[in-house]
Design a protein around this ligand. Structure first.
Ligand code: CA
Length: 436
């Protein structure tokens, strides 16, 4: 597992001036992604302040060697899958080398700073793409407050299904419609039927919603038929990002029995383009919060002491909404909720161990959503379904507008940050899209 090293040193600063105090991308973060510079082709890059370090240009300039060069080569193309396949050590070698190259005090500064014109691009001038070719996308249901809120209408006394505390519940979602932050989402049409109606109708979804989730980018993965043991599962997490699992609640309500969501979820999913590596997140690892008294202990294939001690993360997540009315009045986005990854009932290693326990193969670039991460109270609810009580409560915005579900022109913005005393805070960048 990645450990704390010189790349996390809070005293380390970068000769890239904008990295100092940058709320997302100081030198301690170094997230990986795929971008196109102006008039250039898609390629691998690393965010540093308001700049992007071009891995292809770095290779051409000969600034990498050994394992770092192999990792940079695997990450320099139009998708990070080949780097994801390599596992932790080359990825860590690349991180340490990048930190050394970009460090203000580093012996390498004089080699790279004069070439900044070739090696760095203004992020604002670049286009960000999906970080990987996504083979499969699985969406879990690991946020227990969201699961409980969703089950309240079915049975207020027993909102969680009997399997919830034993099974990391998920469904296989759709990889083909995942898009990076910034690509608009079209309101889907589908069948819906209100309880009081005799027959369904077809038309534009009326209850369009977002879901605030963590993205998990899978690393090496496994061969078909070869489960990943829980003790090794953490090594298969390449890094994290944000997912907006757009959901048409009226379509979902009618179609989901008995096989689960289908068209309600497959019309579009937005992910943040930067992958925050598990190495960057090492200082923000924490113990999995203890289960409430009376909850069952996970079955043994989902139980590992080390995973329980260090397998969770302390990441604050925020959902914001921008509307035409807020824009017209020059107001900032309305903050809808804030929650934390400690609200996940399962660790990421448990999700991987469960996904593969029957032999299902995961591959580099596969994507997991954790499921909506809601806090225990209204301020933390990570979807409009929960915030509006399925449309029963109006949410009033600073512009005077009200919402229960999303209207055309609304833009949903997710952010995430890690903060801890003695550490430089890091961020995930944005996961943003507007309803077209
Ligand atoms: Ca979801």
């Amino acid at each position: 597992m990645s450990s704390i090293d010189e790349t996390h040193d809070p005293r380390r600063t970068s000769w890239v001036a904008s990295a100092q105090g940058h709320p997302e991308f100081p030198i301690q973060n170094l997230p990986l992604g795929v971008f196109s510079p102006p008039n250039g082709s898609p390629r691998g890059g690393v965010a540093i302040g308001d700049q992007i370090f071009d891995l292809q240009a770095g290779l051409e300039a000969g600034v990498f060697s050994g394992a770092a060069a192999a990792a940079a080569e695997a990450a320099a193309g139009a998708a990070l899958n080949r780097l994801m396949a390599l596992g932790g050590n080359p990825r860590i070698a690349l991180r340490r080398r990048l930190s050394e190259l970009l460090s203000a005090d580093g012996a390498e500064r004089r080699k790279v700073e004069p070439r900044a014109g070739q090696l760095l691009h203004n992020a604002a001038d670049c286009t960000l793409h999906l970080p990987a070719a996504i083979g499969s996308f699985t969406d879990f249901f690991a946020g227990i407050h969201h699961a409980r809120n969703g089950g309240m209408r079915r049975d207020p006394n027993n909102p969680l299904n009997p399997n919830y505390k034993y099974v990391p519940v998920a469904y296989h979602s759709r990889a083909s419609s995942v898009r990076p932050s910034g690509v608009p989402i079209r309101r889907p049409s589908g069948q819906r039927k209100a309880a009081e109606d005799d027959a369904p109708i077809f038309g534009a979804a009326q209850k369009l919603d977002y879901e605030l989730e963590l993205a998990v980018w899978i690393g090496p993965g496994n061969e078909l038929g070869q489960p990943i043991p829980i003790a090794e599962a953490g090594e298969h997490v390449f890094g994290l990002g944000l997912v907006n699992d757009w959901s048409a609640r009226d379509v979902q309500g009618w179609e989901s029995q008995p096989l689960g969501p289908f068209l309600a979820k497959n019309f579009g999913t937005t992910v943040s383009p930067w992958v925050i590596t598990t190495d960057a997140l090492a200082p923000f690892r924490i113990a999995q919060p203890p289960r409430p008294a009376g909850d069952p202990r996970p079955l043994s294939y989902l139980w590992d002491e080390t995973d329980q001690e260090t397998g969770a993360f302390d990441i604050t997540l925020e959902a914001m909404l921008m509307t035409e009315g807020l824009r017209a009045k020059g107001l900032p986005p309305h903050r809808m909720s804030a929650s934390n990854t400690t609200d996940l009932y399962w660790t990421l290693a448990q999700l991987i161990a469960h996904h593969t326990c029957g032999g299902c193969n995961l591959g580099p670039g596969d994507l997991f959503g954790t499921g909506t991460i809601s806090g225990p109270t209204l301020e933390g609810y990570g979807s409009l379904m929960e915030l509006s009580g399925d449309g029963q409560r109006q949410i009033t915005l600073g512009s005077g507008e009200t919402r229960t579900f999303l209207q055309d022109g609304d833009e949903v913005i997710f952010r995430a940050h890690c903060r801890k005393a003695g550490c430089v805070p890091i961020g995930f960048g944005e996961c943003r899209a507007r309803i077209a």
